[in-house]
Design a protein around this ligand. Sequence first.
Ligand code: ATR
Length: 308
Amino acid sequence: MGLSEFYGPPTEQAAAIKLLHEAIELGVQHFDTAEMYGMRSANESLLGKAFADRRDRVFIATKFGPTRDWETGMPTGIDGSRENCRRAVEGSLQRLQTDVIDLYYLHRVDPATAIEETVAAMAELVAEGKVRAIGLSEASGETIRRAAKIHPISAVQSEYSIFARDIETDVIPACLAVGASLTAYSPLGRGMLSGRFKNESLGEGDWRASNPRFQGDAYTANVALVDEIEAVASAKGCTPAQVALAWVICRGENVLTIPGTTKLENLQSNLGSYAIELGAEELATLGALADRVSGERYDERGMAAING
Ligand code: ATR
């Protein structure tokens, strides 16, 4: 996502493609995008271009549901109807330059469309060979269980990190019950957990400026809380970002994570987190932080769209 929008200006296309190719060479397989990432779905187009000659080496996940006015970029709602599902998938297939999407998510649950109806439409795409597996994003436990009665739900994508653990009571048990993997997004708290915001402020046009965790006193308090992750990291001789990723990775066999980056050095460093093991004491220290985080994960509009 960050290569195309939201965390500052888009990365120049040639540099973005180079990074995506380097990621493959480093062993990365799973790439996550969405219809709504980048103006006129620029992020899907980017991946399509980057992977056209190496499609067999990548696993592509994309998503539909939230709609935007492409003149202005403004969000216009969430549409989980069969009609929108069928429209969206054709655009995604075309932009991704592929005839099958490995994992297709409903990006946010549409309150006006029964989940059974949306999943039935997605199941048609599986039957037609356009999609290999179905996922939901930011869905509640109940929604996940209802959806799984219509078609197997392979993955649920939710925000999950040392600073964001609210899915543990409802969503994770539902994932385990229906056999879905949990795809943890924003495992670095949108960069916050790396400690970089101690010395760096958000650039012009950065979406995070509208996020409650990055505003005013909450921002100051959250950046200070990262000191405790830094203390764990420095005792282990690694970086706070690596600790944050190791924490997510060790949550369970069914948990995978999709950290975002625009930089090769961060990608390489992040991959190093697989070699890091956290002990009981470290896990206890890190486990106590989420309750002390200030601010909601999203603004009011964003919060209204989650856990449907
Ligand atoms: P999301 O899932 O929303 O992309 P995330 O993975 O929690 O969020 O965090 C992504 C942010 O962390 C990006 O701003 C990324 O910035 P760069 O493009 O500059 O890398 C930042 N990030 C990723 N890995 C990092 C690292 N190792 N050190 C510092 N910042 C990092």
